[in-house]
Design a protein around this ligand. Sequence first.
Ligand code: AKG
Length: 274
Amino acid sequence: MLNAAKVKAYQENGVVKIEKFFSRKEIDVLKDEYFAIINNRSTAEIYKDEPLVVLWTHVPGAQKATCKLSELPSFSELINRRIVPFLADFIDQTSFGRLPVQLQLLETIVFNKPPQKGTTLNWHQDVAYFPVEPNNQVAVWFPLSDVDSLMGPMVYAHGSHKLGIKGSTNLHTREAFEGETRDLIPEDPGSIGLEVREYPLTQEEMLIHDGYTWHYSKPNVSTSRRMGVSVRFLTQPVVFDPRPGQGAAFTKQIEVEKGDRIESPAFPVLWQRK
Ligand SMILES: O=C(O)CCC(=O)C(=O)O
């Protein structure tokens, strides 16, 4: 499954698709667990003593809800027993010169795009939203059912991970956040010569992307619901480095001053280089 071609593609493009990673059965279990919780959950409570999961529906005006990762035990199991060992092995071979020494769980989000109503989530770069230093991340993204071109697949700008940090914007409107001074991702990364590629995925597949890689997701114009799970990790120990206008949700999970280490049961280190 993990071969030199995959490693090379990730180094060059900043994203790679891993085929035949999950069984349909193990993802069906997650789907059932997700539906059981989403129908009863409307609060966005912040948990400080364990990892949380953001439940985000992509329709204008929808509020984000949250739950504890422990309330989705199959998600927790999949992250710990399947994703982390594979990802540790993978990033070990693909460092871009920024040596990954750990996988510290930063954020888990389930993105729900309802049929016909699920909107575009605009171009962004994960690291731009987190006030930490150093800011090196890796993420996996996988769907809870097959996602074709009409259902809101992920789209990536190949090679954009080599272009440094960009500004953070509102993901629905593309408006820059207050105080943002960094250059923004261009409206069409193709116009600066990057290859823009769409990634339809089956329920057995997973994407791995670098935290610097620009990506967006298309609207869901199909008649089926699309759920995608994003799990992000910090690959090095970090300190809090606040930026004006940038208030990532995770700063509500931990009380930190500038320069403090991000160390908390809400952000467990799930793998460390020996
Ligand atoms: O699932 C989606 O629609 C968007 C996911 C995404 O952009 C992310 O994980 O950063």
